[in-house]
Design a protein around this ligand. Sequence first.
Ligand code: PMP
Length: 439
Amino acid sequence: SGEGILRRQAARESAARTYARSLPIVPVRARGMTVEGADGRRYLDCLSGAGSLALGHNHPVALEAIRSVLDSGAPLHVLDLATPVKDAFTTALFETLPPALADRAKVQFCGPAGTDAVEAALKLTRAATGRHGLLAFSGAYHGMTDGAHAASGGTPARPPAAVPGVTRLPYPYDYRCPFGVGGRQAAELSARLTANLLDDPAGGVEPPAAMLVEPVQGEGGVVPAPDEWLRRMREITAARGIPLVADEVQTGVGRTGAFWGTDHSGVVPDVMVMSKAIGGSLPLAVIVYRDDLDVWEPGAHAGTFRGNQLAMAAGTATLRYVTANRLAERAGAVGAVMLTRLRSLAAHHSCVGDVRGRGLMIGVELVDAEAERDEYGALPAAPGLAAAVRAEALRRGLIVELGGRHGAVVRLLPPLTITDEQAEAVLDRLADAIDAAER
Ligand code: PMP
């Protein structure tokens, strides 16, 4: 029974942080945005495999692609040999790249997880520059392996690792702005600070091998980088020969309203880190980078499970479907409607401190409305209230996840295929959940 499964897993699995661990449901069936539990209850899923299900659960085109590989008798395990399946995936992937990169792109299959691709990006840029240091950002999340973890900011549950050579700069986060000002001014101040750190010989920053940035911070609380800021980071790194690595693990494949999160700004990174949705719901991770960074000799990077044929087939189908059906535009449009409605909800709920996002990557930051505002005008985060909202949402048939520095941001990552009716239902249930949690 579902109860028995929950009890046994609670007893056997480590309590280490895992997505959705504490949701008391046992999913047994899923289609699109709907997940059905062992108890027969149905939920609208706004977690989407931590943003990896661009087309929702078990989309027919992904299933069909997987079935066709299974039925063809093709080998499922080929290490990193060339296959027609891999050829089709690489072709489809390169068609999505910004033209300036596509013309000179190299791909390295990393797999299976996003964190593996982050490690590869760090290793490649270190090899290419002969330097070790890394510029990363507060609130960042890049994964759980040592290098990716070191590049990440932290949360109370996951303290940042103190690693020599990693410099964490403030990410422009307007609501709790580390610069004390919002918008363009923050972007400009941040850019000046960064340039000064790099140029001041007494600045204490080791010349870095790379700057690693998320176009929209996801786990860090859904914080979109202003386009202008990203362009300034591009200028600063380009002028100093520092590779700019964009972690597109969560922002990729249409989620933010453009195919890649950096597309909005016109910034072309030197390295793009990709995982999650590129595998069409199966594990796949790659880095794509400009050919002049390709300093690796044979044997410099390896891994047994980099050739997941099923993931490549599902990924090819997903990339093609997102493009053919203009799902990035669709994500931008539905996301904008959802943000507008959430902002009007915020106007009537003092516990909603901030609503932000881009496309279908949306965050609602819950705050303690009774407390005093800080010097920037922000109220203290309310993680307990956020947890109550999550629980009330689940009671109303809505799965959401929390994130953010304080665990007080309700994150919505619905599939790009979400219908207008489903979007309405998500917002109705969330509004009810906030009402109930507030009481
Ligand atoms: N980078 C980003 C931006 C992510 O959001 C995540 C996962 N949430 C990762 C890297 C790590 O990916 P994985 O969990 O597959 O290792």
